[in-house]
Design a protein around this ligand. Structure first.
Ligand code: AMP
Ligand code: MN
Length: 335
């Protein structure tokens, strides 16, 4: 079945000339780099490819080679033979508003997908859509250039958290093995993704980690980022995923609650968990939602009170979380 959709997609690409590629709001390493790889693969097939995303590319991905190929805005209502949507569970996730009249292809690797397109290829076994794009490239006999290989490799490293998340499979390594043989540079990608921080970001990391508290049992940890931290360091948009990852690395910790002050007495709480601890189940209890290992919700109240009460409630919820995981929570992370 999955090969059927893929074959239909390959045929549709071969039959099209002008192709638009888009991905989700707040795009990530997988969606950005897979889009770029598809653009170069398409060009090798003699196609005109445009990548158009609603949201701009976040740091550090905005520094990757070829990033200028990505346009920010809306796909015009006409002018393309085909629109490919990457990692979009539904059309609204793309932020694109004029796709009604187009032939659409939906390529995703998340469980929760609405199968809204003319051809849908959804493979939750794939660690990244890049893995799927690689398989498609092989089927189309694309000669993988070092440039294409680099983008696909970068996407898989991003989405597997450097092969640490449980979506990492032997196939991820097999594809990356081949990508390195095709000229992808693991060092260049590691430098770009992980050694590109500003001094302000590392200072922020210090401030946030200095707020770290553990519950008595040692399975829940909290960290906090105050608005003031961002203001004094003149940081606007900042990726804090690595800060959470450090808190989650503490032995015995099942769940990190990252309090992010939005305004006085309002906090967005990002949950990150590991093992069986279900972050989505906890977040839903507070009116939010998300995935097995990454979820979120918003709370209002006095900080010290929240800091005491929320971890206590979370501890209770972890004890009574159901053993079975609903399909919509099955994806480990949102990526
Ligand atoms: P974040 O911690 O903001 O990166 O969010 C992690 C995941 O949780 C993403 O899939 C979000 O869509 C989801 N999420 C965060 N906050 C909420 C919320 N208030 N309601 C539903 N889902 C949320
Ligand atoms: Mn992905």
């Amino acid at each position: 079945m999955k090969n059927d959709s893929m074959s239909l997609i390959c045929q549709k690409i071969l039959d099209s000339q002008r192709i638009a590629v888009t991905s989700h709001l707040r795009p990530d390493g997988d969606s950005i780099c897979t889009s770029l790889s598809l653009a170069f693969m398409g060009e090798l097939l003699g196609k005109e490819i445009k990548i158009i995303n609603k949201d701009k590319t976040p740091f550090p991905l905005n520094n990757i080679p070829d990033i200028e190929k990505i346009q920010i805005g809306q796909i015009p209502g006409q002018g393309f033979d085909l629109v490919i949507l990457l990692e979009c569970a539904n059309i609204s996730r793309s932020g694109q508003e004029s796709l009604d009249s187009y032939f659409k292809i939906n390529i995703d690797h998340h469980h929760s997908n609405d199968y809204y397109a003319d051809i849908n290829w959804v493979d939750p076994e794939a660690s990244a859509v890049a893995e799927m794009a690689y398989t498609m490239g092989e089927k189309l006999n694309i000669p993988f250039t070092p440039q294409i290989a680099n983008h696909l490799y970068c996407a898989i490293v991003s989405d597997t958290g450097s092969f640490q998340f449980s979506n990492t499979s032997s196939r991820s390594f097999e594809v990356c093995h081949k990508l390195l043989d095709h000229g992808a540079s693991s060092i260049q990608i590691a430098e770009l993704l992980f050694n590109n921080n500003s001094p302000e970001k590392i200072k922020l990391l210090g401030h946030v980690l200095s707020t770290l508290q553990m519950n008595q049992k040692g399975n829940i940890t909290t960290i906090t980022m105050f608005k003031e931290n961002l203001d004094t360091l003149q940081l606007k948009e900042v990726d804090t995923e690595d800060i959470t990852t450090l808190a989650r690395s503490i032995k015995g910790v099942q769940m990190v609650l990252f309090f992010k002050e939005v305004e006085k007495n309002t906090f967005r709480i990002s949950l990150r968990s590991k093992g069986k601890a279900n972050a989505a189940f906890v977040a839903e209890n507070f009116g939010g939602g998300g995935h097995l290992h990454a979820a979120g919700f918003t709370v209002t109240g006095e900080y010290q009170k929240l800091l005491k009460e929320i971890p206590e409630t979370v501890a209770q919820l972890l004890k009574k979380q159901p053993k079975t995981i609903p399909d919509k929570q099955k994806d480990i992370t949102p990526y």
